[in-house]
Design a protein around this ligand. Structure first.
Ligand code: PLP
Length: 382
């Protein structure tokens, strides 16, 4: 088998999906399965569908088109606003688009009209994380304008937190979104079928507080990696190892730890000096920053990541490893996203675990951190 490659265990993704769908359905919340970290993989999408998601979502049109071309019939949501130029393609492959600009609404309206369809819009609301969405005070006006626009329907409201500024989903901001949905009903007479509260970072909120009007969460990381993005703590009862990055060794030699010669900046800025520890076994693996975020790799026992340049991952190992030896790494979200996007990393699907052994406990409210240690946001512990 060629490497570097990502091995994907679809049975684990299906299991994680079903566990989260079941848990949230008890709260009246549906799951939109988000595929973007897998470059819109139809296989991963099918595992999510088998696990019970109501819809699939992706931020990239190309990924949604890949799902459609693979014959997937599940309703699709475009999670990042299209440009006006992309309206045609958005309307052709998605049933819902998340939007925040009236120019985009107009373009989608025109495209839907030409196609003879009604396109659903989810108006995104800015609730503090300072990424996409109209300000709360403008929701009524923009909602009203959308309701007067032909060929589109205001299908719902949505918000996204914890992605740019790290704002935590809470009873406060989720209550605000619910109240806005109620306001739209009271003032515009529109019963919104969809109120989408956010992403995987909303799980702790969803399991601790009443959901109000929120009836959808868009889940990627929690399904794929089984962890809570607010803390990167594994969600107990979920698999955290559905993805494995397998990389071949190309050199493994005894070398000093300290560089020799005057030093300046390295290829990616000022290198962190590892200190003088004598001679170690330095092993190079054939992957680099072009293909993966080296900070997001979890090496196996006895292996540590020392550095990475464009094409080389510099490791310390306990023994010399023959060229071609494969080393297996766990990945965090950032590493997964980049590795799935690299044309130099192939993807294979594990078939050995169609019936995964159940993790020790099934996910439960008590097993999720109800008060995540936000002050202590250590990087992914895998
Ligand atoms: C990526 C994305 C999601 C999913 O986020 P996860 O943290 O992976 O669950 C949800 N909504 C939007 C708008 C996104 O871009």
């Amino acid at each position: 088998m060629t490497s570097p490659r990502i091995e994907i265990d679809l049975a684990k993704i299906e299991y994680n999906t079903r566990a989260l769908v079941t848990l949230l359905s008890g709260r009246g919340i549906d799951v939109t399965g988000v595929t973007k970290a897998t470059l819109g993989s139809p296989e991963v999408a099918k595992a999510m569908i088998a696990g019970g998601v109501s819809r699939l979502g992706d931020s990239r049109l190309e990924n949604l088109e890949a799902l459609r071309h693979a014959g997937i019939q599940t309703p699709l949501t475009l999670l990042r606003s299209p440009t006006p130029d992309q309206a045609e393609r958005a309307v052709a492959c998605a049933s819902l688009s998340q939007v925040s600009e009236l120019d985009v609404v107009k373009a989608l309206s025109a495209a839907a009209g030409r196609r003879g369809v009604i396109h659903g819009l989810v108006l995104m609301v800015e609730l503090g994380d300072l990424r996409e969405g109209v300000m709360p005070g403008d929701v009524l006006d923009v909602g009203h304008r959308i309701s007067l626009t032909p060929h589109v329907t205001l299908a719902g409201l949505g918000t996204n937190l914890a992605c740019r500024a790290g704002v935590v989903p809470s009873a406060g901001n989720m209550g605000e979104l619910s109240a806005l949905a109620t306001l739209i009903k009271a003032r515009l007479g529109l019963q919104l079928p969809l109120v989408s509260g956010g992403n995987s970072a909303n799980l702790a909120w969803a399991l601790a507080a009443p959901a109000g009007r929120i009836n959808d969460l868009r889940l990627g990381e929690s399904i794929l990696l089984g962890c809570d993005p607010l803390t990167r703590i594994p969600l107990s009862g979920l698999y955290t190892d559905a993805f494995t990055l397998v990389v071949p060794v190309i050199e493994s030699l005894a070398k000093p730890t300290a560089p020799r010669g005057a030093t300046g900046e390295a290829a990616f800025g000022i290198p962190t000096q590892t200190g003088e520890r004598g001679t170690i076994i330095q092993t190079l693996a054939a992957i680099g920053r072009q293909d993966v975020d080296p900070d997001g790799l979890a090496p196996p026992q006895g292996v540590s990541v020392l550095a990475a340049s464009s094409d080389h991952l510099v490791l310390e190992t306990q023994h010399r490893l023959a060229p071609g030896t494969e080393i297996r790494f766990g990945l965090d979200y950032s590493a997964l996203l980049r590795a799935m996007t690299s044309p130099f990393v192939t993807t294979t699907f594990a078939t050995t675990t169609r019936q995964p052994a159940f993790p020790a406990s099934s996910p439960s409210i008590g097993s999720l951190p109800s008060a995540p240690p936000f002050a202590n946001r250590t990087p992914a512990a895998l």
